[in-house]
Write a protein of this length. Structure first.
Length: 288
């Protein structure tokens, strides 16, 4: 997944580390676009219209991604891989402009445990798979009898139980490094948190910052402005996907949608005068 992981585990059982690594290896084997023999890479190479039976975890993530696409009006698109490659943020080398496929996610059909492409689109789970991996690793720890832990993968976290001193798992949300934003400190007790930021993966081209977050509506990186979005949720997978969707939608549409779905979310916007912070009522109530 191109990142690191860590876990704080109270009274860890034997082989705890290897068990987590096995879970992560399974996720990579199914959902990494950077592995040519992964399930997702093989799916993307199939002829258009050809069905493929998907492994269980990949099917779960695909169904969740399609649900999020419907909820967000396509701002989250799990079939955006061609555009990700086109802008240099994926493993593929795209020559010339990517083929314009409106609402790529609608070109994916799922039936029982199999799926197929109805057009030449490519699945890309970079906005949801890390969160799923956090949930899967947490499920593995619970299955091993672990009651208290904090698991983190690339900045997506899930906490359960308490620390040895009976304190909750306090987490300070990373702020954009070049903006002055009040520290957001949260207690992860049965909760997950995911942050999407324009300062993690980007490049400067002709003096402009190109974010890795692609707007499916324009086929290009999102306009400069949204510096970070943080979402708290019972599911790390859904926190990850919601953070991606809100980042693409922006402060007005994105935070309005988050409010309608009673999400605890924060958005930090870059302005000429510095940072402007937006917070949903659900998050404000948690901090009160």
């Amino acid at each position: 997944m191109g990142t690191s992981w860590s876990a704080q585990v109270v009274d860890p059982p034997a082989r705890c580390e290897s068990a987590i690594e096995a879970v992560l290896a399974r996720v990579i084997d199914q959902m990494s676009n950077w592995e040519t023999d992964s399930a997702i890479s093989r799916f993307n190479r199939l002829a258009v219209g050809e069905w493929m039976r998907l492994p269980a975890d990949m099917l779960t993530v695909l169904r969740a991604g399609l649900d999020m696409a419907r909820l967000s009006g396509g701002a989250f698109d799990p079939a955006i891989g061609r555009l990700v490659d086109r802008w240099g943020f994926g493993p593929g080398v795209q020559r010339g402009p990517a083929a314009a496929v409106a609402a790529s996610w609608t070109c994916i059909e799922v039936e029982d445990d199999r799926a197929r492409r109805l057009a030449d689109v490519a699945l890309d789970f970079s906005g949801i798979a890390k969160g799923f991996a956090v949930d899967a690793a947490a499920a593995q720890l619970r299955a091993m009898g672990v009651a208290n832990f904090l698991i983190e993968i690339g900045g997506e976290l899930r906490g359960k139980g308490v620390k040895p001193d009976i304190q909750p798992w306090w987490v300070d949300v990373e702020a954009p490094p070049d903006l002055a934003v009040p520290t957001l400190r949260i207690a992860l007790c049965g909760l997950s948190v995911a942050t999407s930021g324009d300062y993690r993966r980007f490049r400067i081209e002709d003096g402009a910052r190109l974010s890795h977050s692609i707007d499916p509506a324009t086929g290009a990186p999102i306009a400069a402005g949204v510096a970070s979005v943080t979402v708290l949720h019972d599911s790390a997978m859904l926190a990850d996907a919601w953070a991606t969707a809100i980042t693409v939608m922006g402060p007005d549409r994105g935070m309005a949608l988050a409010t309608r779905h009673d999400l605890a979310a924060q958005l930090v916007l870059r302005t000429d005068g510095g940072a402007q912070e937006y917070m949903t009522p659900a998050l404000a109530a948690m901090l009160a």
